[in-house]
Design a protein around this ligand. Structure first.
Ligand code: GLN
Length: 228
């Protein structure tokens, strides 16, 4: 058996978004979240030494492509466009996008009601792509999703479109009852670990994802962060 002292493998850099609750976020100088803990378990199984590098979402893909970080984990959705540049692990989380509006908004009940409305979201995300394809919608896009939520709280925009679990987290913990989720899930998205094409880790990461799913680690973390 190898102990960590015997391995000469380098410590790799793993990029995370600094504000994607409850998956990865930085609070009081500490990196926290479901994926921070999931990654810790994966890395342990795969015998990967790593350090986390928190950054804004917009910097993540660039940092992977440039090799500044070796991998990224941060609610990254599989898309065809990204497949050209990036390599993916197997998916470990199924989710989708939702619409968030003001609690007293009686007009917006779903995607059909967004024509001529102002929708806020985060730059460079699947939510941005989705919103841009809705007929007649006016998009305000921010580097940080907190700014989109703030604008909705102040009623400067009509709605936010973003990843369901992050929207839930905001609406339950920060929104002071000022917002509500409306309609169905708009899309089906799978979250994956992302790497550049030159990486040699994805195979081991996939084996470790399977291992943490089989031994109950994944389920325990899921329950801790999302409830039963
Ligand atoms: N799932 C979304 C995407 O991949 C948002 C990810 C994020 O903001 N960290 O674009």
């Amino acid at each position: 058996l190898l102990t960590s002292g015997c391995t000469t493998e380098k410590t790799i850099k793993v990029g995370i978004e600094n504000n994607f609750r409850p998956f990865t976020f930085t609070e009081g100088g500490e990196n926290k979240g479901f994926e921070v803990e999931l990654w810790q378990a994966i890395a342990q199984k795969a015998n990967i030494k790593y350090e986390l590098v928190p950054m804004e979402n917009g910097e993540l893909s660039k940092s992977i492509k440039s090799g500044e970080v070796d991998l990224a984990i941060s609610g990254m959705t599989i898309t065809n466009a990204r497949k050209n540049n990036l390599e993916y692990s197997n998916p470990y989380f199924q989710t989708g996008l939702v619409i968030l509006t003001s609690s007293d908004n009686v007009v917006i009940k779903g995607k059909e009601d967004l024509a001529q409305k102002v929708v806020a979201t985060q730059n460079g995300t699947t939510a941005y792509n989705y919103a841009s394809e809705i007929q007649g919608v006016k998009i305000r896009s921010y580097p940080n999703i907190s700014d989109a939520y703030d604008e909705l709280k102040k009623k400067n925009v009509d709605a936010v479109i973003f990843d369901e679990r992050n929207v839930n987290d905001f609406s339950q913990n920060t929104a002071e009852g000022k917002v509500k989720i409306v309609g169905e899930l708009l899309s089906k998205e799978s979250y994956v670990v992302v790497a550049n094409k030159r990486n040699k880790y994805i195979g081991r990461v996939n084996q470790a994802i399977e291992a943490v799913s089989k031994d109950g680690t994944y389920e325990a973390l899921y329950t801790k962060w999302f409830g039963a």
